[in-house]
Design a binder for this molecule. Sequence first.
Ligand code: NAD
Ligand code: TYD
Length: 377
Amino acid sequence: MKRNILITGGAGFIGSHVVRLFVNKYPDYHIVNLDKLTYAGNLANLKDIEDCPNYTFVRADIAELDEMRRIIKEYEISGIIHLAAESHVDRSIKDPFTFARTNVMGTLALLQAAKEYWESLPEKYEGKLFYHISTDEVYGALELTHPEGVPAPFTTKASSDNDMAYGTEFFLETTKYNPHSPYSASKASSDHFVRAYHDTYGMPTLVTNCSNNYGPYQFPEKLIPLFINNIRQGKPLPVYGKGENVRDWLFVEDHARAIDLIFHKGKVAETYNIGGFNEWKNIDLIKVIISTVDRLLGNPEGQSEKLITFVTDRLGHDMRYAIDSRKLQSELGWEPSLQFEEGIEKTVRWYLDHQEWMDNITSGDYERYYDDMYKNR
Ligand code: NAD
Ligand code: TYD
């Protein structure tokens, strides 16, 4: 079936994987990638598909309501997968207003523009979907009741050799929202607006909340790419606090596959948690990254452990995130495809093999890609 799908934030980390998957898998769909190209947006992430006939890039700001109205109408959009956001907790601590503007007002503008366009059509909301991508961070922080780890009560076929849980509780779709950082507060607010547009106006919406993603094309301010790059350059590895915080890691392509499945098969108005039961204490994860990078670079084992530098903790640092994704697994049959050890190996290799991509970011050159590629077309 021919469809025009708007993917927002497609020049970012997860968005670029979703755009690539949809462009390649659905030649009948026209994929419109809408992105403001903030510091986190990089069109070089999509070099391999930028000339595909079913792909269009549009530079725009989701918080500009009139622009959203114009674009949704011009491209006759019937489905929206909304990933555009400010996404880094540390930046949200320094500048919460930008997060409120993009994540809250931007999501609201997109919802309103879609509502007006879809309600103007004879078939109204039939065959339409507004799919909002959110995070597990909206649920708040879980306690570290088992700091040494216990065997995880739930596992998936592909989680990890290290099947550990660091507490007894997990985030469920029914867990009460309790965000702590300006980032998670802004995402929680946007989730509420999305559900309000369903409950009030009958707009077909869906929300998914995913755990921490890792993999190629992640901006090197986030833990994994930052540390891989610092190890390569022999720079310090700033571990916040004692490195005891726990995150639940999912390979980004598994998230993109889940988004594809849920976009096509998910039930309107539902929420699905996405995660692979793969908890890691930061310090243990950092040691895995160090040993993988050192091995692949041919360094003596553990050489880069001396780069570990414990620094002042992040303000309000959430202790533990752990997703219970059994609803998605049992209702829609999704499961992660990669063991964590495989995923980390693949990721480290990717960053080491794409040093030019990384160097373009650290030098700021990537910000000129749009001017070179698109401005004069
Ligand atoms: P990212 O920061 O890598 O990319 C965000 C993209 O949004 C960038 O391309 C940026 O240019 C664009 N953008 C920012 N403000 C915009 C605006 N006002 N208008 C249009 N475009 C704008 O983020 P990511 O890690 O790929 O995350 C994507 C989405 O997934 C976010 O909504 C995030 O909350 C959610 N999420 C991320 C993770 C994770 O681990 N990274 C986990 C769960 C959920
Ligand atoms: P991050 O990648 O920023 O993701 P999030 O805060 O959304 O979970 O951080 C992952 C974990 O790593 C988090 O507990 C904070 C910690 N961290 C460090 O210890 N040092 C760093 O330099 C960064 C960026 C993160």
